[in-house]
Design a protein around this ligand. Structure first.
Ligand code: MRU
Length: 363
């Protein structure tokens, strides 16, 4: 995607030992690129959410393994590789893409015995995953487009109102986004759209990141407080919901940013279609049922107690609660499959049930 007319993706290899990413903690106030040179840099970038979003977490971790081998010593690279795998795996628990990326390396490096060969293989694996994720999002855009086109026809010249929760935009992936891919494509094809943007707490990823992305792309949007979606749906102001997913279970239950479940309930109550855009790399066939099966990340309570904002040219953090307030900070929730109208995948639209999801992996 373009940022002020310069083409960007969220991550790239600058030189043999340097991965560059956009620092998402600073957006929308500051656009900064950071250098990551070691597995520890990559671990911190994922943990502290310099990078976030399931597909981007996976690709970043994949380059983390490559960097581990760039920096490894010839006599103990297998040991160092193992340590890097364990360290990266512990960075964030919910997005399955992290495990997916590490398992890819594990399989491909299993029968390699020279460090040089391992480095080359790891670089190839990470580069391929990056391209594959980009292509999956592009196809998710194509496969979701018809859903928007259909409503656009019914609405004639009125804009299609789409609600999206959190940031499943290009910043959460490599390019295009998952939930936003059909939105960008529809807009580029001249379909009139308007996007309701939420996740205004705990991380404000909608208000900060999705709003920034849509603005840069010239798509009309309105930021709403998280509690507003239900009212808008009751008043017929939402034609569809499209969200992303950090991990989808074999039965079609969908883990996504906290608050998604409540949007799905409201959508169901108001007959608003609820679509989940998800690449196959975010589907975990090893978890039968998502509800009570997908691990839910609990993050530091300070994300709830404090809020970041922009004041006189500086990003500042202020306290929101009584100083000693006890807080809980669950990062994700799980929407049962029964509330999901379609999964939008790179292989096409899919009903959220085990039989149909299994077919995706065969075709
Ligand atoms: O905690 P985050 O920001 O890494 O959460 C990821 C998300 O932004 C979403 O839940 C997203 O909808 C799924 S990732 C494409």
């Amino acid at each position: 995607m373009r940022v002020d007319n310069v083409k960007y993706q969220t991550i790239w290899l600058k030189d043999r030992g340097t991965v560059q990413v956009i620092d998402q903690r600073k957006l929308p106030f500051d656009f900064r690129i950071v250098n990551l040179k070691s597995t520890e840099d990559i671990y911190k970038a994922i943990k502290e959410m310099v990078v976030r979003g399931a597909p981007l977490i996976g690709v970043t971790a994949s380059y983390g393994i490559y960097l581990a081998l760039v920096n490894a010593s010839a006599w103990d690279w297998k040991g160092q590789l193992k340590e890097a795998m364990e360290r990266l795996k512990s960075a964030r628990p919910t997005a399955i893409n992290l495990e997916f990326a590490l398992n890819q390396h594990k399989e491909r490096l299993a029968n390699i015995y020279s460090l040089e060969e391992a480095r080359n293989q790891a670089r190839k694996t990470a580069d391929e995953l990056l391209e594959q994720e980009k292509e999956s999002c592009r196809k998710i855009g194509e496969n979701g487009l018809s859903l928007i086109e259909k409503i656009a026809k019914e609405k004639d010249s009125e804009p299609v109102n789409i609600l999206t929760h959190c940031n499943a935009g290009w910043l959460a992936t490599i390019d295009y986004g998952t939930a936003t891919a059909p939105i960008y494509l529809a807009h580029d094809k001249g379909i009139k759209l308007h996007v309701w943007v939420d996740e205004t707490r705990p991380r404000n990823q909608g208000a900060r990141l999705t709003a920034w992305e849509l603005e840069k792309h010239g798509i009309p949007y309105t930021v709403i407080a998280d509690n507003t979606g239900g009212l808008l749906m009751q008043q017929g102001m939402v034609d569809m919901v499209i969200t992303g997913s950090d991990r989808t279970a074999a039965n079609g239950d969908v883990a996504n940013k906290i608050g998604t479940y409540l949007k799905a309930l409201a959508a169901n109550d108001n007959d608003v279609p609820f679509y989940v855009a998800v690449p196959l790399s975010s589907i975990d066939m090893n978890i039968e049922r998502g509800v009570n099966g997908i691990p839910i990340e609990q993050r530091h309570g300070d994300e709830v107690k404090y809020i970041d904002g922009y004041d006189k040219g500086n990003i500042t953090t202020i306290l929101l609660t009584p100083e000693n307030a006890r807080v809980a900070n669950y990062g994700f929730d799980v929407t049962p499959a029964k509330y999901v109208t379609w999964l939008i995948t790179e292989k096409g639209l899919c009903k959220p049930n085990k039989k149909e999801i299994k077919k995706l992996f065969r075709s």
